[in-house]
Structure formats: C-alpha cells, structure tokens
Design a protein around this ligand. Structure first.
Ligand code: NAP
Length: 330
C-alpha cells in the first residue's frame, strides 16, 4: 500500500485517476455536490495531494488543516477559489490547466455571442410558449449583425486569443485591451490594442476574458456599461463577479446596451428568482465553457499529471506558482 494519499474532490474521468492510482491511495468524493468546508478540511487532514475544482474553497483555514499537503492540482485555469499567496508561502505548488480548454471555451463564447446577437434562445423560449402564430414578418425578430462588426476583447490570454481567431473567421474587426500588449499577435491576427475606455465605447461586442482578482472584481460596472454603445452586446465568459450584476440588470432593462450573453454569474448557481432571469435580452449558460467531452478529458488528464509530478516532488507541467520550485531547488 502506497504511503501517499490523494483526495479528489469530485468524480473525474477514470483515465485521469488511473495516472494517480499506481503510486497513491485515492479517495474520490462521490457526491455531485461539493464537500462542505468542514468535510473538505477532514478529508485534507491526512492528504498529500488534493485534486480540486472551482467550487472548492482552498483558504488559509483549509491549508492549516492539511499539514501533510505537498501539492494541489485544480481542474481549471482560474484559481480565484485558491489562496495562492498562502500556498506559495507554505511551498505548496498549485497546478492549473491553461490552454487545453481555451478552444472549447471560446467555441461556447462565440455561441453565446451569436445567440445574443441573433436572439436564438429568445426565439426558442418564445415559440415554445406558443407565440409563433405569424409565420414571417420582414420587420420582426431583427437582430445585430455579427460579420463586419467590431469585437472588443478584454484580457488577451489563451481564451481571448481563441475568441479573436473566431471573430476573424466571421470577418470581424478585432480590438483588444490586456495588461500587456501583444505585438506578435497584433501582427499575426490583425488585432488593435486600445485603452479600455476606447474599447468600451467603440466595440459592438465586448467579450471578457480576465481572471477574477481583487483588481478585476466589477471591472464592468455602471460607468462602463453606460459608456458602451446602446447597440452593444456584452459577453462574459470569465467569472461572474467581473461584472456588477445589479448594474447589468439596469443596463439591459433600461437599454444602455442591447443584450448580453453570460456563461458565468454572481452568484453561481444563479437563483431562479434573480431579476436577470426576467430579461429577454439575456442568454445564460450554466458555466459550461470548457464542458466538451474532449476538453474536459484533456483537462482532467493534465490536472492528474500536474498532481502526479507535484506530489512526488517533481516540477508540474503547469504550475501557477512556480516560484515555490526555487526553494525546492527544481
Ligand atoms: P490567461 O491565458 O491567463 O489570460 C488572461 C488574460 O487577462 C491575460 O492575458 C492577462 O494578462 C489579462 N489580464 C489579467 N488581469 C488583467 C487586467 N486587470 N486588465 C487587463 N488584462 C488583464 O487565462 P485564460 O485561459 O484566457 O482564462 C481567462 C479566464 O477565463 C480564467 O481566469 C477563468 O476565470 C475564465 N475561464 C472560464 C471558463 C468557463 O467555463 N467559462 C473556462 C476557462 C476559464 P496579460 O495581458 O499581462 O497577458
């Protein structure tokens, strides 16, 4: 029996578990709902490795409860649920899964963009409710043009770039804002870097691809929404709190912007009585950006490889705090 123990906080693809079982004793949380913070602390108490996802809160209290922890590996790119600074202070490498889910997430993002622009879900809801009595009218159900429009991408990382490529395929003009300019990408994909205020006031579609950090919480609030075109459409594929939901409700209700497509909300799940759900010019998917079979399998495999390396004292393939390796001499 192995002396290494891993707690996996949700069922994942079996082939990912197969990568870990040869050298560690695995315990997999069987429920669909996540373990409570207390249950997570109990499971982590004698674990050397944790395989987690975005719903698990990995804070200082959890780390205090896990004195034997050698590595954390998360099945996601965003780590806003992890106290990364505290893990780093304790020398615990934290793995994540950038890149492998970017294309699938951008596919979904572009789906939301098309849906919000051409009112696909809105039409579906409407006809299922028995409203389609007039077969066709030249002035009904008009939507926004996608081809030829300006797509403004905020956060030009892996997913932002995939959105840009899809936009190019639809003959869109692409402008972007990111902390750092990307001259090579600008040349290769014909992107124009602009300041956020210019992006917000000129884009027909504003698509968010930032990590959630204290700095990006409510990055889009009342002032930003008011500065957008009244015909603009907002897409949020990042994290719910990047957009102020109260301001978004007013913006959509009062017509400051035309429509929105969200894959993420604040909170998640969005309560059934949330005022946003009363709006017709909004389409929401339940945080399924990366949820294609291949993308999720590849992501789980990468997370398992990260944990396998981390728990055995080797460098992870994708580590969000590689500075821990300096202390370990790796
Ligand atoms: P990424 O490659 O790290 O890209 C994030 C980009 O945002 C980087 O280019 C980054 O910095 C830029 N950025 C960070 N803070 C900024 C700020 N304050 N202002 C302007 N730009 C800023 O990450 P990714 O793989 O594209 O993922 C982005 C986010 O999407 C994740 O953090 C996660 O929360 C979310 N996500 C959602 C789903 C879903 O299912 N909906 C799936 C995967 C990921 P630089 O400009 O310096 O490069």
């Amino acid at each position: 029996m192995s002396s290494l123990r891993i707690f996996v906080t949700r069922r994942i693809f079996p082939e990912a578990l197969d990568l870990l079982s040869p050298f560690a004793e695995l315990e997999v949380w069987p429920g669909d709902y996540p373990p409570s913070p207390q249950e997570l602390r109990e499971k982590a108490a004698n674990a050397h490795g944790l395989l987690t996802n975005v719903m698990d809160r990995l804070d200082e209290e959890l780390l205090d409860a896990a004195p034997e922890l050698k590595a954390i590996s998360q099945v996601s790119v965003g780590l806003d649920n992890v106290d990364l600074a505290e893990a780093t202070r304790r020398g615990i490498p934290v793995g994540n899964t950038p890149g492998v889910l970017a294309k699938a997430t951008a596919d979904l993002g572009f789906g939301l963009l098309l849906d919000a622009a051409r009112r696909i879900s809105q039409g579906d809801r409407w006809l299922r409710a028995g409203n389609w009595r007039l077969a066709y009218h030249p002035m009904h159900w008009l939507g926004a043009e996608v081809h030829g429009a300006t797509l403004g991408i905020i956060g030009m990382g892996q997913i932002g770039l995939e959105m840009a490529k899809r936009g190019r395929g639809f003959d869109m003009k692409i402008i972007y804002h990111s902390r750092t300019r990307k001259p090579d990408l600008e040349t290769q994909y014909g992107l124009d870097w602009v300041q956020p205020d210019i992006l917000l006031s000129t884009a027909d579609f504003v698509s968010l691809h930032l990590p959630l950090t204290p700095e990006t919480r409510h990055y889009i609030g009342e002032a930003e929404l008011r500065s957008m075109k009244t015909t603009a459409i907002l897409i949020n594929l990042a994290r719910g709190p990047v957009v102020d939901p109260k301001a978004l409700y007013t913006a959509l209700k009062e017509g400051w912007i035309q429509a929105a497509g969200l894959d993420v909300t604040d909170p998640e799940p969005i309560p059934p009585d949330d005022p946003l759900l009363t709006l017709d010019n909004l389409v929401i998917s339940p945080h399924i950006g990366s949820a294609s079979v291949d993308s999720r399998r590849t992501t789980c495999l990468l997370a398992a490889r990260n944990l396998a390396a981390g728990i055995q004292g080797n460098r992870m393939e994708q580590c969000a705090n590689p500075e821990v390796y300096r202390a370990l001499g790796l």
